[in-house]
Design a binder for this molecule. Structure first.
Ligand SMILES: [Zn+2]
Length: 253
């Protein structure tokens, strides 16, 4: 299984438009972060988790010419606003499967009503195949994916476990029974927004505590704000088994 980090930034990305914060002005490519998303590939399958406003750029820079579907963690704009840009995949492949909580499917229908229209559909608008995720394992390609129910302040968000790999973003709290689903995972990705606490995201300390509790062989941090600091400096302070993800990083599991 190969995981490509398509974006590792928080909702505004890094740099933030107009910001003069030193991290936003950094020349280090690892300090440039598009909105959070990953591409997961195994056998002949290729799925994207979340489809934010940078989706088009992410598909181009990683030369992605086909996707088998899009999984959504939740409906926030930084995770959904690129949905229209599935068009090139739709034109070549036909209706694109999407997987999301019922509430998220409803939110997508409001925002992208033309994509879901059944009458007088504008020619050129993409079409999707809706797959509702309940909190039960579901088949994806030739494997079963396990959803992990988490909370982003009070908003429900799905994380996903693909065999030995799990991806959680926009998490602040996880119930004990959901943590059990992460037992034995080899590679874990979790969000770590910044140093200071935040109402709806793990800060660095909370992310590290969560990683220690789950005890994967290796963990990566994502959904990062400029307020976490420079990639290179923060990375040096982390234990060997925890790294900060960066855009276009590829890992093999
Ligand atoms: Zn987010």
């Amino acid at each position: 299984m190969i995981v490509t980090f398509l974006g590792t930034g928080t909702s505004q990305g890094i740099p933030i438009i107009g910001s003069t914060h030193p991290v936003c002005l950094s020349d280090d490519p690892k300090d440039k972060r598009l909105r959070v998303s990953v591409l997961i590939s195994w056998d002949n399958y290729q799925f994207v988790i979340d489809c934010g406003p940078d989706f088009r750029q992410q598909m181009l820079s990683n030369h992605v010419d086909r996707i088998d579907g899009v999984l959504f963690t939740h409906e926030h704009a930084d995770h959904t606003m690129g949905l229209d840009d599935i068009r090139p995949f739709f034109f070549r492949q036909g209706d694109i499967p999407i997987y999301a909580h019922k509430r998220v499917l409803e939110a997508l229908k409001k925002r992208f009503d033309y994509i879901f229209a059944s009458e007088n559909k504008y020619p050129g608008a993409p079409s999707v195949i809706e797959n509702e995720i309940i909190n039960e394992p579901f088949a994806l390609g030739n494997i079963d994916v396990i959803p992990i129910n988490t909370f982003h302040n009070r908003l429900q968000v799905f994380g996903f476990r693909f065999k030995d790999f799990a991806y959680l973003t926009d998490v602040k709290t996880v119930e004990e029974k959901e943590k059990l689903k992460l037992k034995g995972v080899k590679v874990l990705v979790v969000n770590a927004l910044r140093i200071e606490p935040h109402h709806s995201h793990f800060n660095l300390e909370e992310a590290i505590a969560f990683i220690e509790e789950i005890a994967p062989e290796k963990a990566y941090l994502t959904h990062i704000s400029h307020m976490l600091g420079f990639h290179e400096e923060v990375e040096k302070q982390l234990p060997d088994h925890i790294s900060i993800a960066y855009d276009n990083l590829k890992i093999t599991i």
